[in-house]
Design a protein around this ligand. Sequence first.
Ligand code: DGL
Length: 276
Amino acid sequence: MLGQQVAARPASIGVLDSGIGGLSVLRQLHQLLPHHSTLYLADQVHLPYGPRAEAEIITFVDGIIRFLLDEGARVIVIACNTASAAALHQARATFPDIPIVGMEPALKPAVAATRSGVVAVLSTQATAAGAPYQRLLDQYGQQVKVITCVAPQLVQIAEAQTQHTTEGRAAIQAVIEPLLQAGVDEIVLGCTHFPFLMDAVQPIAGAGVHLIDPSPAVARQTARVWPAAEALPLPVQHRYFTTGSPQQLQMHLGHLLGIAAVPDALHWDAAGALSR
Ligand code: DGL
């Protein structure tokens, strides 16, 4: 009986985001840690997180982590800059025994690499306004000019994968053009949705502008915090959950990661818990 329960809930890395953005981190995890099972949860019914209040995001993240732990997560990856800015501190306080990996805009490498002395950070409202980003600006933002560019429209474009439509390209151009005029040569992708726009952003930004995707570093950090004593169950299992449309997430999994999987639908109850 116990054996069956363990088999149904293999020790896994639990990854969360408001939508498909965290898949940019998940693909790095799959590459770096091919023997680890993973759980991916997209809270798409609440997307976007960017314009939401911190307290609200803290409640969502708390409910998601509880669900992922119930499903076998041994490490949590908050694969969302917005959720990390709002809720990482609280999550670590609530679950002190669980390693929780968070994200923040990769300002440090951008500042180290810039030749023009002007860098940009593309993010959501909540990330830009959050205390962690303000601390980063205090630490690294003095040495060069940092342009903080809040671009929630890019989250919607990435989520709908409309970056190659006329409207999508025009919206990206409207964000990137003023950064080029300001002399930016490093653009930090400070939202996990944005790596999925790289093939549309790079041609607009030009070859002289470097886009920084922090997801490989997040995968490496996850590898470091995986509990050494934890056995890796076989077979490796990757499971997907969404509070939105499973069909839509299934389509994106195929299109973005080449993964054929049928996600499970989840529902929030009035008490802030997730269930199937
Ligand atoms: N993917 C998320 C991030 O990294 C945010 C998108 C949203 O606004 O929900 O910030």
